[in-house]
Design a protein around this ligand. Structure first.
Ligand SMILES: Cc1cc2nc3c(=O)[nH]c(=O)nc-3n(C[C@H](O)[C@H](O)[C@H](O)COP(=O)(O)OP(=O)(O)OC[C@H]3O[C@@H](n4cnc5c(N)ncnc54)[C@H](O)[C@@H]3O)c2cc1C
Length: 405
């Protein structure tokens, strides 16, 4: 494995860092104070600037209008963008749209691509992904009640979803629904594209998360599908392939998330170190002279370095051998990096004291909004369990597969 970052990437990363510092960081306080919607005109201007600089859609192939970075390269860029909660949005590589773009490119029909993918790539619309249901354990993804029943040339969808991130203001949802309950668990559900101006779609509310209800892209909604009728041509991929497509979506998606968390670690670490050097606990005595603070710095640096190398290696494994071969690495980074991030942000907050928990600092945003990292895309325990089972299998013990069976 080559440890050096190619020259063209170093140049890109440096330019993107400068752009974030001068254009994006200054918006963060307004995000806290007035909400995401108040930033939309400014963010639209920055998106135009990102396009002008040729950085738009970094993760998407050139033939679809993107920058065409491979997974390792996009991982490196994602760590830069993750330094700000607004970074990915400015480049149109934010979740959940980035995952939806990928599956539409891979599985969408020409008509679906024209209607849904093209405006998404242009940044004219947003989307969401509706899989988790309040009545069922999301960590067991084969267990759900939402159904899509064929009627004439349509599907009629009924179901209750929550944590549908970014549903407010989204133009369409990718909905996971059971199309054949008689099938084996992993072949029961399908993904269906649902335009959200459909009369059978009901937006219930944005869910308050750690005291923040959020709005627009920066929100998580509870929604209902009530006799929601869409043409069968809105099926994405083959019927019963919902979980297989979800797996495709999650492999690279976990690299994107994990590198975004590395970006959060790096920004928090930088804030902590600057504060430790500048804050005096007595005249002429900086906080950084205290050994407990030095330990936070040393532990954080070691943990971030380890986490970063693990993610880049997992990205490299996916590129070389495919997501299936890299399953262990993908599970390991998901819980390891989420926990590293939580520890580093927490240490930085402790180091800053009252300023750390105050909304003037981006740390409080990270603490509130990134705690869920250990829950979504598979809780820590599920990843630990599945990687341990695979390891034990190599030692001759076979434990029944399935997240919660
Ligand atoms: C901020 C946020 C954004 C989200 N965005 C989306 C989205 O856009 N679309 C979407 O469909 N969903 C989304 N989700 C939902 C997310 O995927 C689920 O929360 C996740 O799958 C866990 O499901 P659950 O919340 O039902 O927890 P449960 O499955 O009920 O699990 C609860 C807890 O039980 C423990 N547990 C579960 N299984 C095991 C096990 N095998 N062994 C030991 N312990 C276990 C874990 O600690 C887990 O946290 C989001 C969630 C959050 C918090």
């Amino acid at each position: 494995m080559d440890f050096s970052i190619p020259g063209h990437m170093q140049e890109l990363l440096g330019a993107v860092r400068a752009f974030l510092e001068s254009e994006v960081y200054p918006l963060e306080r307004r995000d806290h104070a007035k909400g995401f919607k108040s930033l939309l005109p400014e963010l639209a201007r920055l998106r135009v600037e990102v396009k002008r600089r040729g950085w738009w859609l970094p993760q998407i192939a050139k033939e679809h209008g993107g920058l065409g970075l491979n997974l390792v390269e996009h991982g490196l860029l994602s760590a830069e963008l993750g330094r700000s909660p607004l970074g990915h949005y400015c480049f149109n590589c934010q979740a959940p749209d980035s995952g939806n773009m990928e599956i539409l490119i891979q599985f969408g029909t020409p008509e679906q691509q024209k209607t849904y993918l093209e405006p998404l790539l242009r940044g004219d619309i947003r989307s969401c992904f509706a899989m988790t249901e309040p009545e069922h354990a999301g960590s067991n993804p084969v267990w759900m009640s939402t159904t899509a029943v064929k009627d004439g040339s349509d599907y009629v969808i009924n179901g209750h979803k929550w944590y549908t991130s970014s549903a407010e203001g989204a133009r369409f949802a990718v909905v996971m629904a059971v199309t054949d309950p008689a099938q084996e668990p992993h072949f029961r559900a399908s993904m269906i594209l649902v335009p959200l101006d459909n009369p059978g779609y009901r937006f219930v509310r944005n869910i308050g998360v750690m005291g923040d209800v959020g709005e627009d892209w920066a929100s998580h909604a509870e929604v209902r599908f009530e006799d929601c009728r869409v043409p069968q041509s809105n099926l994405l991929g083959a019927e019963g392939m919902g979980f297989a497509i979800a797996q495709e979506r999650l492999g690279p998606g976990r690299i994107h998330h994990c590198m975004r968390w590395i970006g959060i670690c790096e920004r928090s670490f930088e804030i902590m170190c600057k504060h430790a050097a500048a804050r005096e606990v007595a005249p002429g005595v900086p906080l950084g002279t205290r050994q407990m603070v030095q330990q936070w710095i040393a532990d954080s640096r070691a943990e971030i370095n380890a986490a970063r190398l693990m993610v880049l290696h997992a990205a490299w494994m996916i590129e070389q051998h495919g997501a299936k071969e890299a399953r262990d690495e993908i599970s390991l980074i998901k819980f390891y990096v989420a926990n590293t991030q939580q520890r580093v942000v927490d240490r930085a907050i402790q180091c800053l004291g009252g300023y750390g928990v105050c909304d003037d600092s981006v740390l409080s945003h990270f603490y509130r909004h990134e705690r869920p990292a250990r829950i979504y895309d598979g809780p820590d325990e599920v990843h630990k369990q599945s990687v341990a089972k695979r390891i034990l299998k190599r030692h001759g013990i076979t434990i029944k597969s399935g997240a919660n069976q």
